[in-house]
Design a protein around this ligand. Structure first.
Ligand SMILES: [Zn+2]
Ligand SMILES: [Zn+2]
Length: 768
């Protein structure tokens, strides 16, 4: 007999809470319940049903929200794995996995209003509706109605007043069946007069909401089908391997390492189509910027209504609707960014992670999970296949492939045997000596650009720093203008006439005098993409120049528009930050200039070389994707650095061997599990005191095989008003590492250091 249930609540505590189950209520494992928690009502996920009387008296459930689980047994296990592996509170993990928050914000974004749900439900219980099956959504509607009644102390009979006629009923039922909302046009197919809708709206049972047009409408012209070209032998072999693994219904991890332009996307889509034809499900994860409207249009063309596209521009409401579509089995192909890894598909056969090295797969807030690694774990639980794809795999994934944990699938050639571009390195220190001044664009690059423009070919120039000038310096007192929230120099943005902090977004007016000493000798130093665009305009006044960075791109549509303009030949030259390096395919570009991509090499982060190598390789990959071979002019102050050298030679293996030796000496991943423990407070004293307390604890609790560095000031000491100190903890044994960190968290709680101020970032991708 179920007397109690354990509930995971979305609060920063590493425990579940026990509630008593009142007579007549039937909570289900993996379903949601509404409970009282600290003077609030909160919804949580049931993680256990039992009859062990807890020591403290437990409160009653308020209501049961789901008659069937919203998280199936596998997803619950996955959530528990995440909580364990990333040391994250289980309730926070479940909240992240379940994008249904919108359903609890009363009447916000719901087309059927509270009263509408009541009408719907009452119709159901009085028998005028023919719905036979109770879905979780019905259950939810029921909750909302009952909740509403309870709040207003009404009885069911009272609320039956104000009858609903059959037209109105039809309309409400249709809306409910469509997940609570539908386009007004779609209702025309019902044999219901338009006035019915207006009547319902007037009565407050339905609301009519105006929305922006469909996301999937693309500004691009229809693209030739991705299957038009024949697969080359390497592509065929890779596809065959993936399909064989899928068919075994056993876990298989694969790393698809293909040079830029080798046709990875076509393989992904073919493999997914085969899964769809077999009646099973597949998930394709893409990096944040990868999901443009054109890509969405392609996917619709290929999979029709069978695809759900989860991108970051969705409202909470839309996200919830997509979730229900997937849960019902209406969409079995799921494409999306990070959190799509939690899509509630059934019979999962395949998860593909495109550009698996992309840092956007790591969530930088609680729970700090890495979607690639969660995908692999989910596949293991589901006996499905995992394909990680990249031109520049992460060290971790390539290491796993070399050790035989993943099968390595290689695409060594570009499609149609197009050559990789020739890369010429320009030593900017020498350029300075020969020209006698600091150059932004070297003589060689200027000459090459001029040639391309004369030949009506296209050029991309990368400078991975946005804004006009990154530093404002006072020549009298030597100080810079820093953000008031962060220990970071503010960047001058010329067109918008303001100073901006690129970390917290704080803006300030452009200073006419030094804010520290009042001197008028303030200098704007360095070059960002905005200034580079201006410089290029000055050098090539005839050229049509566009810029692609976070200042010119507000959304995916802007991103696509700029690329489209380049593709259509409306631009001669495109300047931009790393955005221009991402995997798009524009055939007219024959020259790529790299003006600043090696700044990161100076960062105190063990992944700096890896990131620089990846960025250089990706941007090089934009050159020569059409008929004319490409060229890259790579300007650098570190011409001898191995990341630069290997990128110039397109030598992934060489880079990988060298970097791996360095990681091994320094006990960094993939040779160690690593966690960054950050202690933060808006009061410097507190941050110092807490990191001191934990420092002493780590000192006293030295464990064999665990290295603790710190406490040290974080490379960015102050961020978003918080002072930050950190520890880097490494161990060859992940189990030992996690045990130590868990004990540390318990000690921190004992010392009254708030959980939210001690951030444990397992497998951190940034140590800044
Ligand atoms: Zn000054
Ligand atoms: Zn700031």
């Amino acid at each position: 007999m179920t007397e109690f249930c354990d509930v995971a609540l979305p609060v920063p505590l590493d425990i579940v809470f026990t509630y008593a189950v009142p007579e007549g209520m039937q909570p289900v494992l993996g379903g949601r319940v509404l409970v009282p928690f600290r003077q609030q009502r909160m919804s949580g996920i049931v993680t256990a049903l039992h009859d062990h009387n807890p020591k403290v008296k437990s409160k009653n459930l308020i209501s049961v929200l789901d008659a069937a689980p919203v998280l199936d047994e596998q997803l619950i296990r996955l959530g528990q794995w995440i909580a364990d592996y990333y040391l994250a509170p289980i309730g926070e993990v479940f909240r992240t996995m379940l994008p249904l928050g919108a359903e609890f914000k009363k009447a916000v974004g719901y087309s059927i209003t509270e009263e509408g749900h009541m009408a719907l439900h009452l119709a159901g219980i009085t028998g005028s509706s023919a719905r036979s099956q109770k879905t979780p959504e019905d259950q939810l509607a029921e909750f909302r109605v009952l909740d509403y009644l309870a709040e207003r102390e009404m009885t069911r009979e009272e609320s039956l007043e104000g009858k609903i006629n059959s037209n109105q009923q039809t309309l409400i039922d249709t809306l409910a069946a469509a997940g609570g909302r539908a386009p007004v046009d779609a209702l025309q197919s019902l044999e219901v007069p338009r006035s019915t809708l207006n009547t319902l709206a007037k009565r407050g049972l339905v609301e009519i909401v105006e929305e922006p047009a469909e996301f999937t409408v693309s500004v691009l012209k229809a693209r030739p089908s991705l299957f038009d070209s024949q697969f080359n032998l390497a592509q065929q072999a890779a596809l065959k391997s993936i399909q064989q693994s899928v068919n075994t219904r056993k876990f298989a991890g694969m790393l698809l390492h293909g040079v830029t332009g080798s046709g990875k996307t076509a393989i992904y889509l073919s493999a997914m189509r085969a899964v769809l034809e077999a009646g099973r499900s597949a998930i394709l994860l893409v990096p944040e910027i990868g999901l443009t409207p054109a890509v969405a249009a392609d996917l619709h063309q290929l999979f029709g209504e069978g695809v759900a596209i989860l991108h970051s521009a969705l409202s909470n409401q839309e996200r919830a609707e997509q979730w229900h579509r997937i849960k019902r089995g209406d969409a079995r192909m799921v494409v999306g960014t990070r959190s799509a890894v939690f899509a509630p598909v059934t019979d999962l056969a395949l998860v593909i992670v495109d550009e698996e090295q992309d840092p956007s797969y790591k969530q930088e807030e609680m729970p700090r999970y890495h979607a690639r690694d969660v995908a692999v774990m989910r596949d293991k639980m589901a006996n499905a296949a995992a394909v990680l794809g990249s031109a520049t795999p992460s060290l971790e994934s390539y290491f796993n492939a070399k050790k035989g944990k993943y099968k390595l699938l290689e695409l060594p050639d570009r499609v149609e045997q197009r050559p990789l571009p020739e890369v010429e390195i320009i030593d900017m220190r020498q350029e300075f000596q020969e020209t006698g001044s600091e150059q932004v664009i070297s003589r060689k690059l200027a000459e090459e650009i001029k040639e391309r423009l004369e030949r009506k070919e296209q050029v991309m120039v990368l400078l991975n720093r946005r804004g006009y000038s990154p530093v404002v310096l006072c020549r009298v007192c030597g100080r810079t203008l820093e953000c008031k929230n962060c220990a970071i120099a503010m960047t001058h943005h010329k067109r918008s006439r303001r100073m901006e902090c690129h970390y917290c977004g704080y803006t300030a007016p452009v200073p006419k005098a030094c804010i520290h000493c009042g001197s008028e000798y303030v200098y704007f130093l360095g070059t960002g993409s905005e200034k580079l665009e201006e410089l290029l305009h000055g050098m090539f006044p005839q050229a049509r120049i566009g810029r692609l960075d976070r200042d010119t791109v507000r959304g995916r549509e802007d991103f696509e528009r700029a690329l489209n303009a380049l593709d259509e030949g409306e631009l001669d030259l495109l300047v931009g930050t790393q955005m221009i390096a991402k995997g798009h395919d524009i055939h007219g570009v024959t020259l790529v200039g790299v003006v600043g991509a090696d700044m990161a090499l100076g960062f105190p982060d063990f992944r700096a070389a890896e990131r620089t190598f990846q960025l250089l390789t990706q941007v090089e990959g934009r050159a020569g994707r059409g008929q004319t071979p490409g060229k890259v002019v790579l300007q650098t102050y570190f011409p001898d650095h191995y990341a630069v050298q290997y990128a110039a030679q397109h030598d992934f293996t060489g880079f990988y061997e060298k970097e791996l030796r360095f990681r091994s000496w320094m006990h960094y991943p993939p040779y160690s599990a690593l966690a960054n423990v950050l202690v933060r407070s808006d009061k410097l004293d507190e941050a110092l005191q807490w990191s001191g307390i934990l420092g002493k604890w780590f000192e006293k609790n030295r464990h064999e095989g665990i290295r603790v560095l710190g406490p040290a000031a974080a490379p960015i000491l102050r961020l978003n008003r918080d002072y930050r100190y950190h520890f880097v903890v490494k161990s060859a044994s992940r189990e030992k590492l996690n045990t130590l960190l868990r004990t540390m968290l318990a000690y921190a709680a004992q010392q009254k250091i708030p959980r939210s101020q001690v951030i444990v970032d397992v497998d951190a991708v940034w140590l800044m």
